[in-house]
Design a protein around this ligand. Structure first.
Ligand SMILES: C[S@@+](CC[C@H](N)C(=O)[O-])C[C@H]1O[C@@H](n2cnc3c(N)ncnc32)[C@H](O)[C@@H]1O
Length: 254
């Protein structure tokens, strides 16, 4: 029976065989990899991945799709909202090593998924995600560019990231109204030690009024934290490089 795409689950199914092949080639699955796919849908990516890996764990929220996926014995189907999945516990169940996470993500919750995975980054080898191209532009943006934002600062302290493939709307059924791309995210081997919650709060405050100088936003927050060090608050949030945000968070933690 034909599955009708459900808008509320952000369903846009890949249909272009060449694009699917190109994505799998970027993921480069190796025998022995322990991989988890988020939102397998009708298995467009799942099939070639499982062909190479022999088995795959998939996380799917749509019950009808989960029922179909369970018919394939090589798939370990977790029927759940990905935002509720404890990836650290799942990784522990699957392997003594690290997991690779992939997926053509539902765009309506892509940022929450990225932040959720940040909490479990210690068990992750790498991540390859299809996202709205505009979101990837913000993830990888350099300071003092229009795309440099909270998302850039929240992710770049922890991952090396690159846009590896452009994917046009026609590659999907139904086509989304935006351009898409694949991002590769590799956790840094030696990340700085920060209190993620405090860092997140600081970055949110800094970018709350991104066009204004930091004195009234971040400056006030730093005063509340009892910070007495040096920091140039005459700049705007988008002018401060990630390593300075990291150092500031570390100084505030002390
Ligand atoms: C953009 S589609 C991708 C489908 C398929 N991987 C493909 O490329 O054709 C997103 C998929 O994520 C699933 N999904 C949506 N929200 C989800 C959630 N909160 N947790 C897990 N899966 C979800 C949808 O049902 C759908 O299968």
């Amino acid at each position: 029976m034909k599955h009708i795409a459900r808008k509320r689950f952000g369903q846009h199914f890949l249909k272009d065989a060449l694009v699917i092949e190109a994505i799998v080639s970027e993921i480069a699955p190796q025998a022995g990899d322990v991989m988890i796919e988020i939102g397998p849908g009708l298995a467009a990516l799942t099939r070639p991945l499982v062909e190479r890996l022999g088995q795959l764990t998939v996380i799917e929220l749509d019950r009808d799709l989960a029922v179909r996926l369970r018919e394939q014995p090589q798939l370990d189907v977790v029927e759940s909202d990905v935002l509720k999945v404890d990836f650290s516990a799942l990784a522990e169940r699957l392997t003594p090593g690290k997991i690779r996470v992939v997926g053509n993500l539902p765009y309506n919750i892509s940022t929450p998924i990225l932040f959720h995975l940040l909490d479990h980054v210690a068990v992750v080898q790498d991540q390859h995600f299809m996202l709205q191209k505009e979101v990837i532009d913000r993830m990888v943006a350099a300071p003092s560019t229009g795309d440099y934002s909270r998302l850039s600062v929240m992710l770049q302290w922890r991952y090396a990231m690159e846009n590896v493939l452009f994917v046009p709307p026609e590659s999907f059924d139904p086509p989304p109204r935006v351009d898409s791309a694949i991002v590769r995210m590799v956790p840094l081997a030696e990340p700085p030690a920060i209190d993620l919650q405090r860092y997140g709060q600081m970055v949110q405050v800094a970018f709350s009024q991104r066009r204004k100088i930091l004195r009234n936003t971040l400056g006030r927050w730093l005063d509340e934290q009892g910070f007495t060090g040096e920091f140039d608050l005459q700049r705007r949030a988008e002018e401060v490089p990630v390593h300075e945000y990291v150092s500031l968070a570390q100084a505030v933690q002390k």
